[in-house]
Write a protein that binds this ligand. Sequence first.
Ligand SMILES: [Zn+2]
Length: 187
Amino acid sequence: MTTNILVLDIAGNPFDWIAPQDAIHYYAIGKVAWELGERDFVFRGGYANTGIQSRIIVKPIIAIAGSEIMARKLRAVLPLGDNNDLLFKRDQHICAYCGKKFARHHLSRDHILPRTRGGRDTWMNCVTACKQCNQEKGSRLVHDFRPLIYAPYAPCRYEHFILSGRNVLADQHDYLAAKLPRHSRLS
Ligand SMILES: [Zn+2]
């Protein structure tokens, strides 16, 4: 599995996960303000007149000198999305109704306020439920079924990046985890 580069804004806020080869662009245009991490991703370019091959070393965490687009994107709320991976990770693969831990294929997304009653796909309206509990609950409301074992919450930006990262390096995880709020189940 490929490792991605954690892109930050100049103030250190997580901004994006990108492929290492896509980070070359930021180095080439001189936009990398600072960098962190142990690993070197080395890319070789062409040969200069001196006969020396150019190379760019990309680090696991890079901060990019700011732009307007970045500032706008940073203000946006990070969505839950359609993919259940983030939701199941937030809830640590534990069913909110029976409290048991399940493998991914036994789990489903439960809408606390059912979709048939106008419930939406938001962090606050969704919890992880095993398929059996979800089926039993059907379109009932929570108080007509069973109490929730844990409460839903919207992850902060740092937590969202841990949840959405793939094959996250220790440096990257430590950077993000250091800023997690105390209520986070990942901390
Ligand atoms: Zn269950």
